[in-house]
Design a protein. Structure first.
Length: 265
């Protein structure tokens, strides 16, 4: 991991040079890959997650590699903790330029259907996957408005654009993330804040590992995904880096599919 950072530094990649970025869900999977890619591109990081041990270790590793990174344990389902996360970024670095609002949970093992979907699972899914993004946006926007703008990427999903049987809470929350993303883009575009979403397809991470390891699932993915394979977390992180960077300066309110072509069918 750190060798990769040094290699990229030597090759002069600095798309996010000196930008201060918050990444939620940074201790694992797509968020962790995002932390590594944002760091490679020169961003100064505030990493957030429920998993303090893994998050602190990641931040320490990045600092050891000469990168600026702090970790703050944050439950994105708690508005006050999201406010404190943004406050920590501003206190430590003096500003906030970018955010990758990525923390999320899945509802597996999949319940039988909407009629039987557990009420407590619905509440938890909306609290983390939708309200968690709203809370982060609320305080991030306030900070970005004070310093003249910024760029935000929210992690949605293919489940934010089509219905998927058996996971109504996840699907509803991710559709909500898409709607929030577009609304923020419309509201704040004129004030130099861009807000986009990345919509991953089937990506192998600790969240999905147990399901994706099944031969049956791999066979299904090979047929339903035009790329004929499951994706990697780094392939989502690359989209987030690009969308946060100035190279995407006219991209606002977009839902960037990174799904091997799944939604194109
Ligand atoms: P992951 O490996 O489980 O990583 C998610 C991270 O978010 C974990 O470290 C988790 O901590 C943390 N987290 C969970 N609830 C949180 C909360 N309330 N506050 C702060 N952090 C919290 O999963 P992933 O696959 O990388 O997923 C990242 C995002 O991508 C999610 O929004 C997910 O819905 C989305 N996504 C994933 C896929 C896929 O195929 N993997 C596809 C489409 C979209 P704990 O481990 O301690 O819970």
């Amino acid at each position: 991991m750190l060798a990769a950072i040094i290699t990229c530094e030597e090759s002069g990649m600095d798309e996010l040079r000196e930008k201060v970025a918050i990444i939620t869900g940074a201790a694992s999977g797509i968020g962790r890959a995002g932390a590594l890619r944002f760091a490679e591109e020169g961003a100064r990081l505030v990493l957030a997650d429920l998993d303090a041990e893994a998050g602190e270790a990641l931040a320490a590793g990045l600092r050891a590699a000469g990168r600026a990174a702090i970790f703050q344990r944050t439950d994105v389902a708690q508005a006050a903790q999201c406010e404190a996360l943004v406050a920590a970024a501003v206190a430590h670095y003096g500003r906030l330029d970018c955010a990758f609002n990525n923390a999320g949970i899945s509802d597996g093992p999949v319940p039988p259907g909407t009629a039987d979907y557990p009420l407590e699972l619905w509440d938890r899914m909306i609290a983390v996957n939708l309200s968690g993004v709203f809370y982060c946006l609320r305080y991030q926007l306030r900070a970005m408005l004070k310093t003249g703008g910024g760029s935000i990427v929210n992690t949605a999903s293919i489940a934010g654009q089509v219905g998927l049987a058996g996971i109504p809470g996840y699907v509803a929350a991710k559709h909500g993330v898409v709607g929030l993303t577009r609304t923020v883009a419309v509201e704040y575009g004129a004030r130099n804040i861009r807000c986009n979403a990345v919509a991953p397809g089937f990506i192998e991470t600790p969240m999905t590992k147990s399901v994706f390891e099944l031969q049956q699932f791999r066979e299904m993915a090979a047929v339903t995904v035009p790329a004929a394979r499951i994706g990697r977390a780094a392939e989502i992180a690359d989209v987030a880096v690009w969308a946060c960077s100035d190279r995407a300066s006219y991209v606002n309110g977009a839902v960037l599919a990174a799904d091997g072509g799944y939604l194109a069918r």
